[in-house]
Ligand binder design. Sequence first.
Ligand SMILES: N[C@H](CCC[C@H](N)C(=O)O)C(=O)O
Length: 275
Amino acid sequence: MTPFRKMHGLGNDFVVLDARRAELPITPARAAAIADRRRGIGCDQFIVMEPGRDGADVFMRIRNPDGSEAGACGNATRCIASLVAAETGKDRVLVRTIAGDLPVERLPGGLWRADMGPARLGWQEVPLAQKMDTLHLPLSRGVVADPAACSMGNPHATFFVRDLDALPIAELGPSLEHDALFPERANIGFVQVLDPGHLRLIVWERGAGLTLACGSGACAALVNAARRGLTGRRATVSLPGGDLVIEWREDGHVLMTGPVATAFTGTLDLEAYAA
Ligand SMILES: N[C@H](CCC[C@H](N)C(=O)O)C(=O)O
């Protein structure tokens, strides 16, 4: 049997396995089977901790419930850092992902601040299917149009709307996620600017659908809002699951501050899930 930890960041939930001492037989299909909310444990992302090398304390492998691998998961970054910090007594942890190294530090009050790396603003970095200004994409669906896009190590499009609650997001999300403009699909954020220091955000996540919170999505939303002059470089982002504080530093890096939580721990028989 293999131990797992069920964690979440503002309700964006994860099954966390630890493969630092021994490799685990994980395939995309097995990750998807474990992430299934009916037949498996259920989670928004399936996270495997792998050995950190060359200065990184841990490598974090991120998979969506559809089995696809992602380059960033802000909420899981805080959760994994808190696990390593608890083991080592450190207040600063370096989490490595396929998209880069993310320094995370413990703050008072059970909060963690992750440097999510630089916002990538070029069309090829998002990536988009052709050369264009990432501040205004020629994309619309139903009542939403004219998003901005950037990457936080994963692709994000941000639509600015007047009233989040009036949006049929479950309808708009899937079709936008798979639009031909996004060769690697995209996470789709819908933002209502409450004031220059406060955003409301709901994200339809690539490979996961509607989640209660999306850390990299909150980073992308603040960056895109600041690029449009709708906010300053720092704002509170209120998601259905709670608030994150996001700051787009002058050097381009994006800092994300928020909580972590463990819901329960357990063991599972990996062989019982799709090979
Ligand atoms: N669905 C995302 C990965 C998880 C992002 C989110 N849970 C976060 O906290 O950043 C993607 O495919 O890029």
